[in-house]
Design a protein around this ligand. Structure first.
Ligand code: R5P
Length: 314
């Protein structure tokens, strides 16, 4: 059993960390994280963490490489300050889509990042809606993989009539995720045949497998980045006679012109979570943000007292 529970945050998503701290009833630790004028990052932890069970909240979102480097140096500082256990709460795990060597001479960056985090001194990772579940195996330390499905399911049950809903996976790789939501909503499932022809804005939706005619379609994916994938499938859903098209994703990366493209698309509402902060320039009437803070707080408190976290999957 670990005596002191400490919660600290990097700079990547301070509002989320503050909300988690409120739910957990623990103040955020005192930490100074800054850059020297030469662009090198530095951290100083002002609290005593000797023998503590420390949780660092730091999604590796924009600016991705800074967020990652900050996470690594905070882990290093904690290790050298004799923290007993260091758990990294990384709600959004960047580079997750670089998870295989599917072309000659390309890296598996998701594995490299896992190695960096482990070598830095992390003892555990807590993350949310990984792009591929297998990424857990890139770590040789425990990974608690949490899901947003219960959060979205609860929300959709509270706002819509679920009689004619169909959950749509925008590609075959996301079918399990979409099936989990469909099961909770007691709805149908459809899968788009998405093909990628280049970089992340070059996707084609070839077909939709499943019945979407006259239905309220909820596209369910892990990430909306440029929006290209979801928008292409949304157009196809419209062609196939879907009544309304909504989208839900854990991670609202929303890079480039994603928000503008979303606004001009058939997607009526996009539901995301706060794994990544929704900055002012990305706000839109079409975007609704749900919070994962309570789920993270429960996970942290249970992990601290060595209890099962299965309650979060029910
Ligand atoms: C791909 O397999 C992912 O699950 C997402 O569908 C994709 O990466 C989202 O990227 P974008 O919004 O740029 O199409």
């Amino acid at each position: 059993m670990f005596s002191k529970l400490k919660l600290i945050t990097g700079n990547a998503n301070i509002p989320l960390a503050e909300e988690v701290a409120r739910f957990a009833g623990i103040p955020l630790g005192d930490i100074e994280l800054f850059k020297f004028s030469n662009d090198e990052s530095f951290v100083k932890i002002n609290d005593n963490v000797r023998g503590a069970d420390v949780f660092i909240i730091q999604p590796t979102c924009y600016p991705v490489n800074d967020s990652l480097m900050d996470l690594l140096i905070v882990i290093d500082a904690l290790k050298r300050a004799s923290a007993q256990r260091i758990s990294c709460v990384i709600p959004y795990y960047a580079y997750a889509r670089s998870d295989k060597k599917d072309q000659p001479r390309v890296p598996i960056t998701a594995k490299l990042v896992a190695d960096l985090i482990t070598i830095a001194g992390a003892n555990r990772v807590i993350t949310v809606d990984l792009h591929a579940e297998q990424i857990q195996g890139f770590f040789n330390i425990p990974v608690d993989h949490l899901f947003t499905v219960p959060i979205f399911a609860r929300y959709f049950k509270s706002i819509m009539n679920l009689d004619d809903v169909v959950v749509v996976s925008p590609d075959s790789g996301g079918a399990n995720r979409a099936r989990a939501l469909a099961k909770r909503l007691n709805s149908g499932l459809a899968i788009a045949d998405k093909r990628r022809s280049g970089n992340n804005d070059k996707t084609e939706c070839m077909n939709i497998i499943g019945d979407v005619q006259g239905k309220n379609a909820i596209l369910f994916d892990d990430i909306i980045d440029t929006g290209g994938s979801l928008i292409k499938v949304a157009l196809e859903l419209q062609k196939k006679g879907a009544k309304h098209v909504y989208a839900a994703c854990a991670h609202g990366v929303l890079s480039g012109n994603a928000v503008e493209n979303l606004e001009n698309s058939p997607i009526e509402k996009l539901y995301i979570t706060n794994t990544i902060p929704l900055t002012e320039n990305k706000k839109s009437e079409k975007i609704v943000q749900l919070s994962i803070a309570e789920m993270l707080a429960i996970a942290i408190k249970k992990i601290h007292i060595e209890e099962s976290i299965s309650i979060l999957f029910r």
